[in-house]
Ligand binder design. Structure first.
Ligand SMILES: [Zn+2]
Length: 139
């Protein structure tokens, strides 16, 4: 399926602002419906840096789709496929700039449940709520 218009727009905006001139292909598919009718499906994604390609498997929640898309874009912009300090500094600056309507608590929850390093870097950057989220996760 084609990526939703908001995702195409968001990707174009972030790449343009970052001075990325080479196009990035965006592949989008919907996560399969879960056997449990009311269960939420999570989003996941993958960035292929040399092929300049992002693949998203979209879950139920729109805000999580947005975070996952920006996470993959941050891999492209940072030219870093790892989840270390350098990557997360770029990722957090992108989240805070392009997702002003998603509460920080939610950003910290989504990224923090994926990688502890996300919270370590967020705390180091002074992002509100990151230290307590890190403590709850068990630092
Ligand atoms: Zn990643």
């Amino acid at each position: 399926m084609a990526a939703p218009a908001w995702a195409v727009r968001m990707m174009a905006e972030v790449l343009c602002d970052a001075g990325e001139t080479q196009p990035v292909e965006l592949f989008w598919r919907q996560s399969r419906p879960n056997a449990h009718r009311n269960a939420r499906a999570h989003s996941s994604g993958r960035a292929m840096l040399t092929r300049r390609r992002i693949a998203i498997t979209a879950g139920t929640e729109r805000d999580e789709q947005q975070i996952v898309l920006l996470h993959e874009i941050a891999h492209i912009v940072s030219d870093d496929h790892t989840h270390g300090d350098g990557f997360y500094r770029v990722a957090w600056s992108i989240y805070l700039r392009y997702l002003p309507n998603i509460p920080r608590k939610r950003l910290l929850q989504v990224e923090g449940s994926y990688r502890k390093e996300a919270l370590v870097v967020a705390a180091d950057m002074g992002i509100r709520g990151a230290k307590s989220a890190l403590a709850r996760r068990g630092a």
